[in-house]
Design a protein around this ligand. Structure first.
Ligand SMILES: NC(=O)C1=CN([C@@H]2O[C@H](COP(=O)(O)OP(=O)(O)OC[C@H]3O[C@@H](n4cnc5c(N)ncnc54)[C@H](OP(=O)(O)O)[C@@H]3O)[C@@H](O)[C@H]2O)C=CC1
Ligand SMILES: O=C(O)[C@@H]1CCC=N1
Length: 335
């Protein structure tokens, strides 16, 4: 409804658009390097390089790979990133795929550094495990979090900050809850962030720069519950577009195109449409109408899709994701 739209757009602060804030790879580096020197100097044991806070990702799964891989691709120094991952096969995969990435098998070792004499403790801890195991993980590392006082960024879907702070055993932990997405791996991410009361402006800037290094849109939300909406739109969203592309590719194959052509045309069409949507002054409906010649092929397709209830199904899907975020919080956040 109009009311919902208005509320959402006024509550979410979209930061500067891509063209002004995010630049091509070569110009990305200075932006990270210009991080304010005061950002993360809460203890002597911590990083002596304020431009590149030491980032420790707890959990080395798909999303951690996207963030770490994106940061590396963006020129972030590899010795300032550590990933903690228990599964040997996954460690082997990460070593193979990112030979310079520091992957460790123990959360505590990752937090303090394999060699505490030479490697700084974590300045930023990114909680990148599944929502189902966030509680035992946070409870386990809570003493370190309280002692070292890093900026903590949780990317777990659904799980609320009040629960994470309770597990950490300290309300004054600086905690940002964030929802990135996997296109971060190709530096095309979109992310929403929410800051708790103890997060300083400098720490907000740090979180924004880390996510901004791998995301072309970074939006702060001022009500935590809106992160479930962000999750439903951009967190889960890549999967919706992959689903649509799967269906288009299948139809293309059925119509007789070769696998390569079916795949390439589908993907390039998706990319081209997204680029047009991003750069054109026209709104989405106008862009759609401009493809849709009266009594033409697109009209035949769109009519068929509309009759099939495509809008209702997509809207219901996004709402289901939003509801599942709240469910995850209730299921795994209450203990
Ligand atoms: N995938 C996505 O598109 C997005 C995911 N998220 C969120 O990111 C988080 C991670 O998701 P995703 O990367 O997809 O999930 P994955 O399952 O791929 O990654 C989680 C990783 O954590 C590892 N792990 C398990 N137990 C521990 C432990 N005790 N200490 C450290 N690591 C551990 C897992 O290992 P093992 O396999 O052995 O269990 C696994 O490799 C989730 O909370 C999700 O909600 C947010 C945005 C987008
Ligand atoms: O599916 C999930 O729960 C996670 C969160 C957003 C994308 N993947």
């Amino acid at each position: 409804t109009t009311t919902t739209t208005t509320t959402t757009t006024t509550t979410i602060t979209l930061l500067r658009p891509l063209t002004t804030l995010f630049r091509p790879l070569t110009t990305h580096l200075p932006r990270i390097r210009t991080m304010a020197p005061t950002v993360l100097q809460s203890t002597d044991a911590q990083s002596t390089d304020p431009h590149h806070p030491t980032i420790v990702l707890i959990g080395g799964g798909n999303m951690a790979e996207a963030i770490a891989g994106g940061l590396l691709a963006n020129g972030y120094p590899n010795h300032r990133i550590r990933v903690s991952e228990p599964l040997p096969e996954r460690i082997a995969y990460l070593h193979d795929r990112y030979p310079t990435l520091n992957v460790l098998a123990d959360n505590h070792v990752a937090l303090r550094g394999a060699n505490p004499e030479s490697s700084p403790a974590a300045d930023v801890v990114v909680l990148a495990v599944k929502p189902q195991i966030l509680r035992p993980v946070v409870t386990d590392i809570a003493p370190t979090l309280r002692a070292a006082n890093p900026l903590v960024i949780s990317i777990a879907a659904g799980i609320r900050t009040e629960d994470i702070l309770r597990w950490a055993g300290a309300k004054d932990v600086a905690l940002v809850r964030c929802m990135p997405n996997t296109p971060a791996l190709v530096l095309e991410g979109a992310a929403g962030l929410y800051a708790t009361a103890k997060v300083s402006e400098a720490q907000k800037e740090t979180a924004e720069r880390i996510l901004g290094a791998v995301s072309k849109k970074v939006a702060w939300v001022h009500k935590e519950e809106l992160l479930d909406a962000v999750t439903a739109v951009s967190g889960s969203g890549p999967a919706y577009f992959f689903l649509v592309m799967e269906a288009m590719e299948k139809a293309a194959l059925d119509l007789g195109l070769s696998p390569d052509v079916a795949k390439d045309l589908t993907i390039q069409t998706c990319l081209g449409a997204a680029k047009m949507a991003q750069t054109s002054p026209d709104d989405l409906a106008t862009l759609r109408r401009k493809v849709t010649s009266p009594k033409g092929t697109t009209e035949a397709a769109i009519n068929t899709m509309e009759e099939g209830g495509v809008r209702r199904v997509i809207e219901a899907g996004v709402r289901a994701a939003d509801a599942r975020g709240k469910e995850l919080a209730d299921l795994f956040g209450k203990e």
